[in-house]
Ligand binder design. Structure first.
Ligand SMILES: Cc1cc2nc3c(=O)[nH]c(=O)nc-3n(C[C@H](O)[C@H](O)[C@H](O)COP(=O)(O)OP(=O)(O)OC[C@H]3O[C@@H](n4cnc5c(N)ncnc54)[C@H](O)[C@@H]3O)c2cc1C
Length: 385
């Protein structure tokens, strides 16, 4: 099996750390819908979640390829970085668009994990994919923004101190471009929780600590505005390529985990007096999933290369996310099928990983919206929405 040479030491370190969190640990968290606190603490203490924060702000100052390697190895080991991956990259909006004072105040504490910024409030129940139709408002009054509205699918809100919130500061009918009039606020949830901020967990088909969040005249100091008022949509967009790259790396890790499980089980399991993996009907879906994974991995590498060269690889980041999400799903399917009835048993972890990797067809961006991006921005076809 191809083992990545890029960031080999980091990969080995993550693999060692993950060995302390075997299938039993993730199964227990999954069954009880517990947040994997010990795992997140271990990853934080090892400095992995501060990988992308520049050294001047206390982080490791590593390139995105290193962050991708970390997340890939977590998933390849059978774990799930969804509980904490946003701590790595949500800070990017503050880093790129925040003031000097905001960076100095928040980034060192995010880097050492004493402050958690892993809640990202964009999606709303009534707007969904149509982000600019969001209804949460923030009105500036006496040095504070007064926030009213609701978000949904705000993952990790109960396990985060800060939330990066996208809200409307100028009504949609008063702006010429619908992407204008939106602003990004860095909300300190600790101050508002239980009063003007309510968080309600949503139980989902996998363990994801996702929630819905309600704002009722929540006060946010004006100095917590990131960048310029009404220009927030572009700040959120500017982080999308990084997010797509990192999610793609998680999908590659999942695909590798499924393929390794499937091929080793198919080589050992004997039915009709020979290993099931000797039958081409069993081999081929696994081999095909491997081919899909390797192809997706190459596109991911290209996206990373362009990103690290300072480019804006919208095409490659979107393609990488699309192809690797498909590859992980194909690998999950092949793995489940190769295990026959045992694939459905909790103790094999396959059904859990199968449920977990299904998310990437919908979030953080759905497959259809990636295809729309490619059709419009790469192939020049008319905008469909
Ligand atoms: C577990 C989980 C965690 C999440 N975490 C977060 C988070 O932390 N923060 C956050 O802000 N959001 C989060 N999300 C939200 C996620 O980004 C959205 O679910 C996703 O963007 C789709 O939006 P929607 O669910 O409203 O679907 P809708 O917009 O209602 O779309 C439903 C379906 O219709 C399709 N569709 C819609 N419009 C079009 C079109 N024009 N062309 C073709 N197809 C279309 C979509 O592709 C989708 O399959 C999370 C979601 C889940 C399930």
């Amino acid at each position: 099996m191809n083992y990545e040479q890029d960031h080999k030491d980091i990969r080995q370190g993550v693999t060692r750390l993950c060995a302390d969190f075997p299938g039993e640990y993730w199964r227990e968290c999954d069954r009880e819908r517990n947040y994997p606190t010990q795992f997140v603490t271990a990853l934080t203490e090892a400095g992995y979640l501060g990988a992308l924060i520049p050294e001047e702000f206390g982080g490791a100052g590593l390139p995105i390829s290193a962050a991708a390697a970390i997340l890939e190895e977590v998933h390849r080991s059978g774990g799930n970085a969804g509980a904490c991956h946003a701590q790595m990259y949500t800070m990017g909006t503050v880093l790129r668009h925040g003031s000097k004072a905001q960076k100095q105040k928040y980034l060192p504490a995010i880097a050492d994990g004493s402050l958690r910024l892993q809640a990202f409030g964009v999606t709303e129940p009534t707007s969904g994919t149509d982000t600019t139709a969001l209804r949460t408002t923030a009105k500036l009054e006496d040095g504070h923004y007064i926030v009213n509205g609701q978000k949904i699918w705000t993952s990790r809100a109960e396990h985060s101190d800060l939330m990066l919130l996208l809200c409307r500061t100028t009504p949609r009918d008063q702006v010429t471009k619908k992407t204008d009039g939106l602003s990004v606020l860095l909300v300190d949830m600790r101050q508002a929780l239980g009063e003007s901020l309510t968080i309600r967990p949503i139980r989902t088909m996998m363990n994801h600590a996702t929630t819905e969040v309600f704002f009722d005249n929540m006060k946010v100091p004006a100095q917590n505005l990131i960048g310029e008022q009404d220009k927030g949509f572009r700040y959120i967009l500017s982080g999308m390529n990084a997010e797509r790259i990192l999610i793609s790396a998680e999908c590659i890790g999942d695909a590798k985990w499924f393929i390794e499980k499937a091929s080793s089980y198919a080589s050992e399991r004997t039915v009709f007096g020979r290993p099931i993996g000797q039958n081409q009907g069993v081999q081929f879906p696994i081999a095909r999933a491997y081919a899909q994974m390797r192809a997706a991995e190459q596109v991911l590498k290209e996206a990373i290369r362009l990103f690290e060269a300072g480019g804006n690889p919208g095409e490659e980041a979107n393609l990488a996310k699309l192809l690797s999400a498909d590859a992980s799903w194909a690998a999950g399917e092949a793995c489940l099928q190769a295990h026959g009835g045992f694939g459905f048993a909790e103790e094999f972890d396959i059904e859990r990983k199968y449920r977990e990797c299904r998310l990437f067809q919908v979030a953080p961006i759905s497959t259809n919206l990636v295809l729309s991006y490619v059709a419009e921005h790469v192939l020049g076809m008319p905008r469909s929405y």
